[in-house]
Design a protein around this ligand. Structure first.
Ligand SMILES: *Cc1c(COP(=O)(O)O)cnc(C)c1O
Length: 367
């Protein structure tokens, strides 16, 4: 029996390079709390993302929770967001005492449907929180115009979009703030990790306080903060992996192109394609089955052949059990896509033979 093909596989830095990088930590014994690698990693990310203000966090979820907290919205305010995302996005809103208001998505690129945002705005709306889902950029211009017109903040969950350039600018240039995730399963990882990029330097200053228990200097407990700091081993891992980022994205591109070639005659599925103004990171390869095809059946067929695709994103986050009191929103497109999507295995060191095996299995299923 052939090996299992999993949906993803973490990118690892060179072992010797990592060991050499962490060795000095045995001399300094400085393991966390804004250490040398933390500072270096922040500086490198700032220049790579082409932003002025960036702060590291222990993971992407805390980045999102903390950037929302730093914006200090009144409790009970409404945030317009997408249900077609990882549950972290919605949890971060609710854990801040805010109410998610779910907006439908577009069939074409699965991002929030900007034409349906305005009808959801009430006098309690304070922010729009869209997701550059699968690395597909949202319609940032229209969202910006709506936000300006109604005086709303825009926070992008850019967890899928690290390393992307859209219309000549780093993806984090859009909105008031963006967050990235450097989780093991993402395009780029620091084992666990995350970052906030914000236009206003005061937001990053506040997050740096909040992520360190709310301490302001040695003698002042300013905020009721949490512990969201990245440690030196993760920062060092991230620094080493950063050197591989470009090559890894290039390898992912080759894998994605091979998928497109081998599956071009399968009329029953539509693979994600990128818009022309984007330098993509090839983070995910969602396949949308035609209406009437049974996604779960294909999922099981692949699994029986030791190929582990993912129903990513199913269920919708608006169907979380903890939201059962929240009113039902019209999210028909999101619901339909969520029932028909299967995200195919994709990682930087996926071999041509592995891609072929997945594609042959899909071809066999449809023939
Ligand atoms: C991964 C992910 C997160 C959370 O990031 P972690 O680093 O795992 O905490 C948030 N939003 C989206 C869309 C994600 O995919």
């Amino acid at each position: 029996m052939a090996d299992k093909i999993l949906v993803t596989r973490s990118s690892m830095p060179d072992f010797d390079q990592y060991v050499n990088t962490i060795r000095p930590l045995w001399d300094s014994c400085w393991l966390t709390n804004s250490g040398k690698y933390h500072q270096e990693f922040e500086a490198r990310l700032k220049s790579l993302c082409q932003v002025d203000n960036l702060c590291l966090t222990v993971n992407g979820h805390l980045a999102l929770e903390l950037v929302i907290e730093a914006m200090d919205f009144p409790k009970g305010s409404e945030v317009i967001t997408t249900p077609f995302t990882f549950t972290s996005t919605t949890n971060a809103i609710v854990r801040n005492g805010l109410e998610p208001v779910f907006c439908d998505i577009k069939e074409s690129d699965f991002t929030i449907d900007e034409s349906k945002i305005e009808e959801l705005i009430t006098d309690k709306t304070v922010a729009i929180l869209p997701v550059h889902v699968y690395g597909n950029p949202c319609n940032v211009e229209t969202i910006e115009a709506i936000a300006v017109k109604h005086g709303l903040a825009v926070i992008y969950d850019a967890a899928h979009a690290f390393g992307e350039v859209y219309k000549g600018r780093g993806i984090a240039a859009y909105g008031d703030a963006s967050i990235f995730s450097f989780h093991a399963t993402k395009v780029f990882n620091s084992i666990e990790g995350g970052a906030v990029c914000a236009d206003d330097p005061a937001i990053c200053d506040k997050i740096n306080v909040l992520k360190n228990f709310g301490l302001e200097g040695e003698d002042v407990i300013g905020e009721c903060g949490t512990n969201g700091k990245m440690n030196e081993f993760c920062a060092a891992f991230g620094l080493c992996n950063l050197g591989e980022l470009e090559a890894n994205i290039a390898r992912r591109k080759t894998v994605v192109e091979l998928y497109h070639t081998l599956l071009r005659d399968v009329k029953e599925i539509r693979l994600n394609t990128y818009c022309k103004d984007l330098v993509p990171n090839y983070a995910y390869l969602p396949a949308i089955l035609d209406s009437g095809k049974d996604r779960d059946d294909l999922y099981r067929f692949l699994k029986d052949n030791d190929i582990y695709a993912r129903k990513y994103f199913y269920p919708l986050t608006c169907d979380a059990l903890y939201l059962k009191e929240v009113k039902a929103y019209d999210v028909d497109v999101a619901r339909d896509i969520s029932d028909r999507v299967l995200t195919l295995p994709l990682y930087a060191d996926m071999t041509q033979d592995q891609v072929k095996r997945v594609c042959e299995c899909i071809l066999k299923y449809f023939n």
